[in-house]
Every structure is written in structure tokens, then in C-alpha cells.
Design a protein around this ligand. Structure first.
Ligand SMILES: Cc1ncc(COP(=O)(O)O)c(C=O)c1O
Length: 393
């Protein structure tokens, strides 16, 4: 039986994931581990498949934004350490403990209450709940900001027999920018807080602060681990860092479809909702079975391009919920022809950066938008090794 029944799909090149992990491995000091960030279903690439490949390629652990994402990985059989980077509501802590998921803490009261909640389970399990402390050095999102808050939090962890202080980390706001003033200031603050803890007699657990951008520019700040997100997928955190080409990355994602209808205008006709485009006599219009409900943004209406026979052809009219029209100047389109919406075809490429720039956003959002309506084909050594789709579950 076919694993899915539509002519639109995402291809994920697992060899690219491997190459990207290895590129960072070569770039980092030997003792620095790699935590592969696979939140948001692996930035739209598939958290389980990317997580597995990253771990097999030299990554040491995985990170996600929330407990639900961590449970997807555990339930798929992944046994490596997993850290939840965001907030975990107290009523979910027992679930995290049961599944051996490390949590992030930034408030002493949360630690006291979480410890009480897992105390009963701890009597049977006897292994402590791993906690990473989050320090806000200039992101203004989550994390302790003052020495006093940090001391109180670390003391709470030390007092609790059911908790293990396993890590301390911060997150940079501007590591992808040419001006390094903010990231240096954040790093100095982080160093000062770590030094304060050492002077108070604490032996520090795993220290980590670098995202992809910081790891590229400041590999010497790798400490015990980096948290590798966007670079894992072969994408650069900013155009500035792409131009610097400090590390060569390989994009892993290609979005493909096949033409579902072709017509050549005998006389002018309008295309799609709002009749915003008029096809001229002799112009060939091809219909693609993809739309904004797949995460292919409506912002591409009358502006984006796709690749057909290795050439760029323009999107005409408005992108609909499930369908999109393109104009094929050479008139050589046929039903069933393969079209690449993101990625490479022949010598041409539509990068996620190009699409992001057109949409007024960043490449992170473009890949995260691609949702579960789209089947994912995982490719290794040129062969499809797995198909993931909600209907094939
Ligand atoms: C706390 C934290 N660490 C690491 C990352 C990975 O960042 P990047 O994808 O820029 O490497 C993220 C992603 O936003 C994050 O929120």
C-alpha cells in the first residue's frame, strides 16, 4: 500500500544532517559536546528522525522546547539525555520524571514544589530528576537575573535529595549579528555568575551557552556543550553569518510537488481568488497541489517562484488553501512534472533564506511552517529509508 496519496512531499536528506553535525564537531574544542535542538518537530524536519541521525553522527544529547516534544522522542525509543529548554508546568513534572527527561528551572519556589511532587515516585525509582538552571544574561525571556536569585535556586537544588543539579545555561539574543557588543556583554555576565558560584564553593555541572551562531563565531565559548539548532538543518542563523561562511553547511530540506493541471490560454483569463493575475493568450498556467494549509505561505502570491525543469517560474495569482498556480513561459509543462518549491533542481536553487526574505521573516519560520499535512521522505545514500506521515502512523 502507498504510505500517502498526494503528490506533494518534503524530502529530508539525513546525510546532510550527518555532515552538519560533523562540521560542528570539527569546529569545536574536543571536550565540547553537541546537544541537537529538535524542538518544533526538528524545525519542521521531523524530530525523531533528525534526533536519531544527529545522535548517530556524534551529537551527545537532544533538546526540545516542551515536555510533550520530549515524550515524542522517548516514546519513539530514543534513550539519550533530553533537556526541556522551556517552562514545565508543575502538574507535568511527575510525567517528566517518569520518562527521565531533564527540566529547566529558574525559580527556587518551583524547585521546592516540584521536589514535593516527585518525592513519592522517588522512593521507588531512587534516581534524581535532572535539572538545568537557566540564567538570563540579556535575552529577557526566562531565567534568573540576579546573584541572589541564582544562589537561592542552586541552594534549593542542593537541599533536595530528589533533584540533581545537572546543568547551567544562558541563551544569547544577538549572536548572529556583526556587532558583537551584546553577545560579549551577555557572555561576561554569564562568566561572572559562574565565578560567583565557584567562589561559593559549588562544583559546576554541565555549562552551556552557545546556539548555532555563537558556536560558529565563538567556538571557545563551547564549555561542556553547545545547543545546535538551525545549523543542524544546514541553515545559517543570519545572512551575515551565511556570507562569512565560517562553516560549510548542507541544507537538508527539499519541498516538492507534481503538476496537477495544465492549461494554455486561448484568450485572457484571470487566475485564483481576487482575480489578481490575468493570463494572456498563449500563456501556459500550471496548477500545483500545495497551498497555505500546508505551510506554503500566502505571502508568496504573485511574488514567489518555483523550479520546473531546472528553471525558475513565477507563482501567479493568490496561493489558495490547497493549490497554487504558476506561469510556465516555455509552455513545456505537463501533468505529473516534478516541481521544486524549496531546494535545488538542476543548477537552480530556491533557498529557505530567499523565501524568508520574500516573506519578511527568517529561515527558521519557513521550515517550521511546513506542517503534518505534508509527508516526509527520509533519504540516506540516495535511497528513501523512511516515510513519515500522519496517515501512515
Ligand atoms: C534556549 C535555546 N537554545 C538553543 C536554541 C537553538 O538556537 P539555533 O537554532 O539558533 O541554533 C534555541 C532556539 O531557539 C533556544 O531557544
Amino acid at each position: 500500500m502507498k504510505p500517502f496519496f498526494r503528490d506533494t512531499w518534503v524530502e529530508i536528506d539525513l546525510d546532510a544532517i550527518r555532515a552538519n553535525v560533523q562540521a560542528f564537531r570539527r569546529h569545536l574544542p574536543g571536550q565540547t559536546e553537541i546537544m541537537a535542538v529538535v524542538k518544533a518537530d526538528g524545525y519542521g524536519h521531523g524530530s525523531v528522525q533528525v534526533g536519531r541521525e544527529a545522535l548517530q553522527s556524534g551529537a551527545n544529547s537532544l533538546a526540545v522546547a516542551m515536555l510533550d516534544e520530549a515524550l515524542v522522542l522517548r516514546k519513539a525509543g530514543i534513550t539519550a539525555p533530553i533537556l526541556v529548554l522551556g517552562y514545565t508546568p508543575l502538574d507535568s513534572v511527575a510525567q517528566a520524571y517518569e520518562w527521565d527527561i531533564a527540566l529547566t528551572a529558574y525559580h527556587a519556589e518551583w524547585v521546592h514544589q516540584a521536589a514535593r511532587l516527585v518525592a513519592e515516585q522517588f522512593r521507588q525509582k531512587e534516581t534524581p530528576l535532572a535539572i538545568h538552571v537557566k540564567v538570563d544574561t540579556g535575552m529577557g525571556r526566562i531565567g534568573v537575573q540576579t546573584e541572589a536569585e541564582l544562589d537561592e535556586l542552586v541552594a534549593a537544588l542542593h537541599q533536595s535529595p530528589v533533584m540533581q543539579w545537572s546543568g547551567i545555561f544562558t541563551h544569547f539574543a544577538c549572536a548572529d549579528e556583526e556587532d558583537t557588543a551584546h553577545v560579549r556583554k551577555q557572555h561576561e555576565r554569564f562568566q561572572a555568575l559562574l565565578e560567583g558560584l565557584r567562589q561559593n564553593g559549588y562544583v559546576l555541572p554541565k555549562v552551556h551557552c552557545c546556539n548555532t551562531a555563537a558556536a560558529m563565531v565563538f567556538p571557545e565559548w563551547g564549555y561542556d556543550s553547545i545547543r545546535l539548532g538551525i545549523g543542524l538543518y544546514g541553515l545559517y542563523p543570519s545572512m551575515y553569518l551565511k556570507q562569512r561562511e565560517q562553516i560549510m553547511l548542507t541544507p537538508a530540506l527539499t519541498l516538492k510537488t507534481k503538476i496537477s493541471h495544465v492549461k494554455t490560454a486561448n484568450s485572457p483569463f484571470t487566475v485564483s481568488y481576487g482575480a489578481t493575475y490575468q493570463a494572456q493568450a498563449g500563456e501556459q498556467i500550471a496548477t500545483l497541489p500545495i497551498g497555505y494549509a500546508d505551510g506554503f505561505s500566502r505571502l508568496q502570491s504573485n511574488r514567489g517562484v518555483v523550479l520546473h525543469h531546472g528553471r525558475r517560474v513565477p507563482i501567479v495569482g493568490r496561493v489558495c488553501m490547497d493549490q497554487t498556480m504558476v506561469s510556465v513561459p516555455r509552455g513545456d509543462a505537463e501533468v505529473g512534472d516534478e516541481v521544486v518549491l524549496y531546494g535545488r533542481q538542476g543548477q537552480e536553487e530556491i533557498s529557505l533564506d530567499e523565501v524568508a526574505s520574500l516573506m519578511g521573516t527568517i529561515n527558521y519560520e519557513v521550515s517550521c511552517l511546513l506542517n503534518h499535512r505534508l509527508p516526509r521522505l527520509y533519504v540516506k545514500d540516495g535511497q528513501v529509508v523512511e516515510v513519515a506521515h500522519s496517515i501512515s502512523k
